[in-house]
Design a protein around this ligand. Sequence first.
Ligand SMILES: C[S@@+](CC[C@H](N)C(=O)[O-])C[C@H]1O[C@@H](n2cnc3c(N)ncnc32)[C@H](O)[C@@H]1O
Length: 346
Amino acid sequence: MLTKTVNEPEITKEEFEMIRDFIHEKSGIFFTENKMYLVKNRLLKRMEDLSIKTFRDYFYHIKYDTSMREFQQLMNLITTNETSFFRNEPQLLSFAEEVLPLIIEEKQKSGVPKKIKIWSAGCSTGEEPYTLAMIILDKFATMSGWQAEIIANDISEEVLQKARRGEYSGITLRNIDNRVLNKYFKKNGDTYQVKPEVKSLVKFSLINLSDQRMMSMYKNFDVIFCRNVMIYFSDEVKRQIVRSFYNALEPGGYFYIGHSESLHGISKAFKLVYFKNALVYHKEKLGAASSATARPGTSATASRPTAVRQTRLTTTSAAASARNAAEGARRALDLLNKIKPVTTRK
Ligand SMILES: C[S@@+](CC[C@H](N)C(=O)[O-])C[C@H]1O[C@@H](n2cnc3c(N)ncnc32)[C@H](O)[C@@H]1O
C-alpha cells in the first residue's frame, strides 16, 4: 500500500487548475481533473529539490521564471514518453511499401531532386525517427542518388538527449529482429548503439508544437509522423497544430497520426486514403481528382473508394483499428525483411 510521506504537501483543486492551465497555455497538453494526483506526484520530487513547500509557490516559480528553465524541467516531468522501435507495424508497412514508393515515383516523374524529407514530431527518445531511417536505408539500398532527411523533435530536452545518444536496451527493442539489429546497431554489452549511417539521417531539435511561430518555420515535408502526441492536447490546440502540419506538408504529402487517433472534428483539410496496410491522411495537390490516390491494390476492398472525406473517419478508424489488430497478429516480427525494394525507372 502507498504511504504518504510526512509533511508531503497536498494539492488543492485551485492549485491544480492554476498549474494545469499554465501547462495547457504553454504546451497544449491538457490534464483533466482525474489527472490531479498524477500531476501532483510528478511534481513532488522537483518541489522537494527546490525546497518549495506548496503547489501555489511552485506555480509562481514557473510562471515568473523568464529563463524558461523551470518550464523545461516541468516538460521533462509531465510528458508521457512511451515509444518503441517499429511501433505499429501496419502503419510502417504502409509507409515502406505504399507511401514511400508513391512519393518516389511522383518525384521521378516530375524531375525534382531525389530527396525525401520526413518529420517525426514528438519523437520522444528517438525510436520512431531511427525506425524510419532504417526503413529508408533499406529502400534506398537498390536505388542510386537518393537522399533522405528526417527532422525529429520533442518538447522534452531530457528525451532528446537520450535520442541523440542512440543507445538502447530492453523492451523498446522487442519488435526488432536479428537481421535489423545486426545491420543497424552495434552491440555494446547489454545495450545496442544505433549505427552512424542511421544517425546521420536524423536531425534532433527542441520544439513546442503549440508554438505557432516555431511551427511556421517547418516546411516542405513529404511525410509527417505525429503519432501518439496529440492525444494529450485539447481539441483547440489540436486544430491549430494540424493546420500547421498541413501547411508544412508539400502538396501530395502524407500525414500519420497514431492508429487509434482521429482527426474527426479537428480538420477536414486532408483526404483519408485507404492503403492496404493502414489509413493515412493525404494533402492533395491542387486540382487533383480524388482518384489521384486510387491505385491498384491500395484500397481496403475493391468496392471501397481509396480516398474518403475526413467526416467519415470515426467509423472507418474503428474498422481500421480492428483490421490493423488482426493483421498485426498475423504478421511476423521481421518487418524489414518483407519490404520489397522499390523498382526505379532508369
Ligand atoms: C507518447 S510519445 C510518442 C512518441 C512517438 N511519436 C511514438 O508514437 O512512439 C509523445 C511525445 O510527445 C511529446 N510532446 C508532448 N507535447 C509536446 C509539444 N507541445 N511539443 C513537442 N512535443 C511534445 C512528449 O514529450 C513525448 O515525448
